[in-house]
Write a protein that binds this ligand. Structure first.
Ligand code: HEM
Length: 292
């Protein structure tokens, strides 16, 4: 298309350039670091072969990153004198795992390309590779996120949905991030590969009326109502509350794996797109635990 009017055309150019810089792309590292993806894939496979649960833990790290001021690697930052990081927030403390595995992946990626691949992108790829290693669906991971130079304990405490939330609270927490109720139900299917501590679901198995009673009884055997056992682990493979508008979708997913896989994969791409830092915003950290 010809461009005869210089100022408006220049404006249009800058406008599209701004939009383009805010977009992620699946080929972001094709030239700058062609070995990035396979390096991450091999490291994730090794970690999951050593301990299958690590796949679940890495997937959850990406979620807890994205829900707190976007997918910007902030969850990985240690505390500094100028800010308290997100690791000690209620949903994360004594619960998030996999920081050492991410450190190991980062040092392997740094060895093939120095300061090119962000920690936020490593989390996104590690989540995808973890799901693949555990037999879940594939998706095309979008790349080009940059790393935050700060973290927010407060946002981690308020933005990550609580296990005590009711269905309406959960739907609204997802909607605030641009995710639908279908995305929420599909993403919650992630829990079928992980474990939870007794302290996270004790209230539900002793006080919740909508929970399946045989599930409650079986979980109570390893999660006493009082007197300790807070850290006892149980699989998260069952629905811990029901009786709401999402029940029929949960039933669909439990009987139609293809539908669950396709909705889950689509929702993971959407979650990975939450407010990334792109262009010249943020930085590419050398060490995922600290800003440069
Ligand atoms: C719907 C809102 C969500 C709530 C309320 C929630 C809550 C929880 C809780 C309480 C735990 C157990 C933590 C512990 O006991 O230490 C957990 C574990 C887990 N969550 Fe979620 N979660 C939500 C959404 C998600 C999403 C969107 C994903 C990923 C796409 C996810 C992935 C996981 C995984 C994989 C685990 C197990 C981690 C492991 O075994 O290390 N969760 N979640």
């Amino acid at each position: 298309m010809a461009c005869n009017h210089r100022p408006p055309c220049l404006l249009a150019f800058f406008f599209f350039a701004a939009i383009a810089s805010a977009q992620l792309s699946s080929t972001f590292y094709s030239t700058s670091c062609p070995l990035a993806i396979q390096t991450i894939r091999q490291a994730v496979r090794a970690a999951v072969a050593k301990e299958a649960r690590m796949g679940a833990s890495l997937l959850r790290l990406h979620f807890h990153d994205c829900f707190v001021n976007g997918c910007d690697g902030s969850v990985l930052l240690d505390d500094t004198p100028s800010f308290t990081g997100e690791k000690t927030a209620v949903p994360n403390n004594n619960s998030l795992r996999g920081f050492d595995v991410i450190d190991n992946i980062k040092s392997q990626v740094e060895a093939v390309c120095k300061q090119v691949v962000s920690c936020a992108d490593i989390l996104a790829v590690a989540a995808r590779e973890s799901v693949a290693a555990l037999g879940g669906p594939p998706w095309t991971v979008q790349l080009g996120r940059r790393d935050a130079t700060t973290a927010s304990l407060d946002a981690a405490n308020t933005e990550i949905p609580s296990p005590k939330s009711d269905l309406d609270d959960l739907i609204s927490a997802y909607s605030k991030k641009g995710l639908s109720t279908t995305d929420m139900v599909a993403l919650s299917g992630a829990h079928t590969i992980g474990q939870a501590r007794c302290i996270s679901f004790r209230d539900r198995i002793y006080n919740e009326t909508s929970i399946d009673s045989s599930l409650a009884t079986s979980r109570q055997s390893n999660c006493p109502s009082s007197g300790g056992g807070d850290d006892n682990l149980s699989p998260l493979d069952a629905q811990l509350f029901g009786g709401g508008s999402t029940d029929s979708l949960v039933t669909t997913y439990s009987t139609n794996t293809a539908r669950f896989f396709s909705d889950f994969a689509a929702a993971m791409v959407k979650m990975g797109n939450i407010s990334p830092l792109t262009g010249t915003d943020g930085e590419v950290r050398l060490n995922c635990r600290k800003t440069n």
